[in-house]
Design a protein around this ligand. Structure first.
Ligand SMILES: [Zn+2]
Length: 229
């Protein structure tokens, strides 16, 4: 079956095309075993030469002795497709890949290339993080999102470092301060209308509104007996 996430325009299928030494085993209950989308970073700087999926696969297979690359999906901010970071589909999601130890059976491994102790998430990276997560939710793959270091036994690990919750909401929005919604603060400006007095203005908002004395104090240059429209 083809999932929605596989149809994302910036997704490139790399299954079976990366350095490997055999194959991971299937999850006990297939894709239904997945409860958690686990977010990683590669801990390699975006500007470093080895920050790519072939190098990661070589390291995981050659040095760690694993069958394939650790992650099911890798987001590469250095490669832009359709204005967003490339998403590489590396290991079939039905397989129990090695990325979170005891939680491998329930975890889907998603890695964003970069070392986010010093690198910053780009808009192109955030775009693909959001697209991938939304598609996985529609596909019913996983119920929760966790960073690697929120998984049991990994609190010591500096992974994923970037604030994935802010990325889901688009971090660019969160730097705009929210509009103050304090209902008890009176309006700053009132336009005098025909027939208004300070007393009638003060009465408009009832007991919760401004008092006549406060209105006089706030308008020292206005003569209450000579209001003009
Ligand atoms: Zn990790």
């Amino acid at each position: 079956m083809t999932y929605k996430f596989q149809q994302l325009p910036q997704l490139v299928d790399k299954r079976g095309k990366l350095p490997s030494k055999g194959s991971y085993n299937k999850r006990a209950n297939g894709v239904k075993s997945i409860t958690t989308r686990v977010w990683h970073h590669s801990l390699t700087k975006l500007s470093a030469g080895g920050s790519n999926i072939v190098s990661f696969a070589n390291f995981h297979v050659g040095t760690n002795g694993w069958p394939e690359i650790a992650y099911h999906l890798v987001i590469d901010p250095n490669t832009i497709i359709n204005g967003k970071a490339a998403i590489y589909y590396c290991v079939d999601i039905s397989k129990r890949s090695y990325h979170v130890g005891n939680s491998n059976t329930i975890g889907l491994g998603i890695c964003v290339i970069g070392d986010y102790r010093t690198d910053k998430l780009s808009a192109a990276a955030i775009g693909s993080i959001i697209d991938l997560r939304n598609a996985l939710i529609k596909d019913g793959i996983g119920k929760y999102d966790k960073s690697h270091n929120e998984m049991p036994g990994y609190s010591w690990k500096a992974c994923c470092v970037y604030d994935y919750n802010k990325a889901f909401k688009d971090i660019l929005e969160t730097i705009v301060p929210p509009v103050s919604q304090n209902p008890s603060s009176p309006p700053d400006l009132y336009t005098i209308q025909e027939g208004d007095t300070f007393w009638s203005i003060a009465e408009k908002d009832g007991p919760a509104g401004i008092t006549v004395n406060d209105l006089i104090a706030a308008n020292p240059n206005v003569d209450p007996t000579k209001l003009k429209v």
